[in-house]
Design a protein around this ligand. Structure first.
Ligand code: HEC
Length: 248
């Protein structure tokens, strides 16, 4: 991070594993046309929203298909069209190695995409909830319990990512005033995204400012979309959970 232009979709450079709470190693694969040219649109939609690949294997749920299964068919088709437009990158990532059977990972989403609707953007809170789901904020911002993410503490943060260079803890973004972002105005929220979104800032202190929080992707969202995200986050349950950003 940040993303190197020209490498979009070529697959992760390293496997996700213990540091991300995974019982094994999973490398997010190449999704450029080099890897997906033989997949039909239906097969891509099934992988993205149902968690089953072309061969019929279940995808490890770090791929957030549970979230994507709640998006509109139109949005998913836009994603399919976009990944098909990526420059093909000739690269193959390592197959996954898991210490537990996939059957322990719970059930797969099976609703009908045609029933999903996009809330009207004038309904800021509902529209913000749609965006927060699609942008998968909760996956990082929910602490890990012994059985995986602790859904009773959604958005309370605390998970510590161990990168090769430093450790960074995920922030509490619930409206708790003492330990979350309850004291933040909309203005502060927007400027945090804006100020952190340029490659210049992200690269300023190698490691440090480049924190895993995808500031430089989200910072490019429309201002009205970020406002809707803020409006929705004001409505979630405040949770007291003090997080130290750079734990020793
Ligand atoms: C890949 C993991 C990841 C995802 C996805 C993610 N975050 Fe973060 N977020 C982090 C980490 C790590 C931090 C702490 C480091 C930092 O502030 O840069 C953080 C910090 C923040 C902060 C700063 C809070 C503070 O007290 O300084 C806000 C606000 C925030 N995230 C909102 C969001 C929203 C909204 C989304 C979804 C649109 C999101 N995050 C998605 C990992 C993530």
């Amino acid at each position: 991070m940040p993303l190197v232009p020209g490498t979009e979709g070529g697959g992760a450079g390293f496997p996700f594993g213990k540091a991300e709470g995974i019982p094994g190693e999973v490398t997010p694969p190449n999704i450029t046309p080099f890897a997906l040219k033989d997949w039909t649109d239906e097969e891509l939609i099934r992988a993205i929203t149902r968690g089953v690949n072309k061969k019929g294997d279940t995808l490890f749920p770090i791929m957030p298909y549970h979230h994507y299964s709640k998006m509109t068919k139109n949005d998913i088709l836009s994603i399919v069209a976009y990944i098909r437009s990526l420059k093909p990158i000739e690269r193959t990532t390592a197959p996954r190695k898991l210490g537990i059977p996939m059957s322990m990972m719970g059930s797969l989403p099976d609703g009908n995409l045609d029933n999903n609707t996009m809330p009207d953007p004038s309904d800021k809170v509902q529209y913000g909830a749609y965006l927060v789901n699609a942008a998968v904020c909760s996956e990082c911002h929910t602490p890990m319990g012994p059985q995986g993410p602790d859904r009773s503490k959604v958005f309370a943060g605390g998970f510590v990512f161990e990168t090769p260079m430093f450790k960074v803890a995920v922030s509490n973004i619930t409206p708790d005033t003492a330990t979350g972002i309850g004291g933040w105005t909309e203005e502060m929220f927007l400027s945090k995204f804006k100020n952190n979104s340029s490659d210049e800032v992200v690269n300023k202190y190698p490691g440090r400012a480049n924190t895993i929080m995808p500031w430089n992707m989200y910072g490019k969202m429309k201002e009205d979309d970020l406002k809707a995200i803020y409006a929705y986050l004001r409505t979630v349950k405040p949770i007291r959970n003090k997080v130290e950003k750079y734990p020793k």
